[in-house]
Design a protein around this ligand. Structure first.
Ligand SMILES: [Zn+2]
Length: 253
């Protein structure tokens, strides 16, 4: 049998084995995920170790403690007890960015702190990022890419999660590319969904969810500043996003 035919059959098998229609928490949207959560978590773990090795971590105790405190409250609210939560602060004032990798690996760049400003602002950005992670948006996007790309990555994923190509795909899925042009934004649907989950997590963790609205308004203002903000290349802020968050806050009143 030709090698490509064998690969094709294997790919179909892999899809049947792992494809399942999942449901996003909070929004209950149905999504197709082809990647097992254990594989996604392993990728998250590997990417996180790589980031830790390559970054300058902050040793400002006040900031690190605050991120851990807020992060732990949001993490608890997410009810993902099988995640191994970790929080780091990366010393980089020129990068306004934050992420949550699968498995609960959270990173905050010091450059985003002027925009988060206070604890509820930090809860807003962490809530939003945890929202992407627990809704498995990265896995969803990788799944779409897999369908489009003949399954080679899928095979690698099952066979060898240490493959640099797989790690690279995950990095890009979570907006961690180094060049702005390489970073793929989440879809608008996923962005609004992460906002919705984030607000719900803030609520559960007893943070005033108005912090989300204030944070995005500060980001919007920042966009008008001189330096382009990295965060905005993956998380575009527009009037629609702000209006949707306002709507969410009103629903709860
Ligand atoms: Zn986002």
């Amino acid at each position: 049998m030709a090698k490509t035919v064998k690969l094709g059959i294997l790919f179909v098998y892999v899809i049947l084995l792992f494809a399942s229609c999942k449901e996003v928490p909070v929004t209950e949207r149905k999504q197709l995920i082809l990647i097992p959560e254990s594989g996604e978590m392993k990728l998250g773990e590997d990417a996180f170790r790589k980031i830790i090795k390559e970054s300058k971590l902050s040793n400002n105790r006040d900031i690190v403690d605050k991120v851990k405190k807020v992060g732990s409250r949001i993490a608890k609210a997410s009810n993902r007890t099988h995640y191994k939560w970790e929080f780091i602060v990366i010393e980089d004032d020129s990068t306004a960015n934050a992420f949550c990798l699968p498995g609960g690996k959270i990173g905050i760049y010091t450059g985003i702190l002027p925009y988060t400003k206070d604890e509820k602002g930090l809860a807003a950005v962490i809530g939003h990022e945890v929202g992407h992670a627990i809704a498995r948006h990265g896995a969803e996007r990788m799944s779409t890419a897999l369908l489009a790309q003949a399954g080679q990555i899928a095979l690698n994923l099952i066979v060898d999660v240490d493959d640099p190509m797989v790690l690279d795909a995950l990095n890009r899925a979570y907006g961690l590319g180094t060049e702005i042009g390489v970073i793929l934004p989440f879809s608008r649907k996923q962005e609004l969904e992460a906002d919705r989950i984030g607000v719900s997590l803030m609520d559960k963790a007893e943070y005033n969810a108005i912090g989300a609205l204030e944070f995005w308004k500060r980001m919007k203002q920042g966009r008008q500043g001189k330096q382009p903000l990295v965060y905005l290349s993956t998380h575009p802020v527009d009037d629609k996003r702000i209006a949707e968050i306002e709507k969410l806050l009103q629903i709860k009143k």
